[in-house]
Design a protein around this ligand. Structure first.
Ligand SMILES: CC(C)(COP(=O)(O)OP(=O)(O)OC[C@H]1O[C@@H](n2cnc3c(N)ncnc32)[C@H](O)[C@@H]1OP(=O)(O)O)[C@@H](O)C(=O)NCCC(=O)NCCS
Length: 168
């Protein structure tokens, strides 16, 4: 009985959990961001989001959300998304998993979490943009049910974006 209980506790500690981003995550978030993207988002963007604990109200009644994936007390990834209550469209703005934890299903776990959150906030669909050359991310989105909805020429200045969408 005691053995089972202790294994359950350690399993729970091993399993990643999702929670709101907060200020003491900022350094790790920036480290993941800088190692994941050729053109990283600026520190001040994440600072603003973390200061508001991952929930930022935007001017058009929409919200911006940022959650992190925590495993064994370490941040291993994050997702940033927004809602538009008028169009009922959600939009994934950013998603990254720390390099040493990739290909373990955590990217898909975060996408599913974002989609659940979008449904719970009344969104009917979700879209995102990705670099045309980012075949790993494109494969993730395609296996999560996203289909190509547009090509955005020069979106990243040095490269086109492929827009993906799906109904929720
Ligand atoms: C894109 C990213 C978030 C994927 O996260 P991940 O945790 O590695 O992905 P998962 O393990 O959940 O894999 C989901 C799917 O992605 C694809 N994928 C992931 N790793 C792959 C690999 N090494 N080779 C081929 N496909 C892979 C597969 O389609 C996989 O589905 P499958 O397991 O059924 O084969 C991660 O690679 C990352 O952080 N990249 C840098 C930042 C980035 O490009 N973000 C996207 C911005 S739009």
């Amino acid at each position: 009985m005691i053995m089972t209980r202790s294994r359950d506790v350690s399993d729970a500690a091993m399993n990643p959990t999702v929670r709101h981003a907060r200020l003491d995550d900022l350094d790790t978030i920036m480290e993941i961001e800088r190692k994941s993207f050729r053109v990283p988002w600026e520190y001040t963007i994440y600072l603003r989001i973390c200061l508001q604990e991952g929930r930022v109200r935007s001017s058009d009644e929409g919200m911006l959300f940022m959650d992190v994936l925590e495993k064994e007390k370490k941040i291993i990834g994050f997702a940033v998304w927004e809602t538009n209550p008028l169009s009922k469209k959600g939009h994934i703005l950013n998603l990254a998993i720390i390099e040493e934890e990739r290909s373990n299903g955590y990217g898909r776990m975060l996408i599913r979490h974002v989609q659940e959150s979008l449904k719970n906030t009344g969104m009917a669909s979700c879209n995102l943009e990705v670099r045309e050359s980012n075949s790993l991310a494109r494969s993730l989105y395609e296996t999560c049910g996203y289909v190509i909805s547009d090509r955005l020429a020069g979106y990243y200045f040095d490269e086109d974006a492929i827009e993906y969408s799906r109904n929720l």
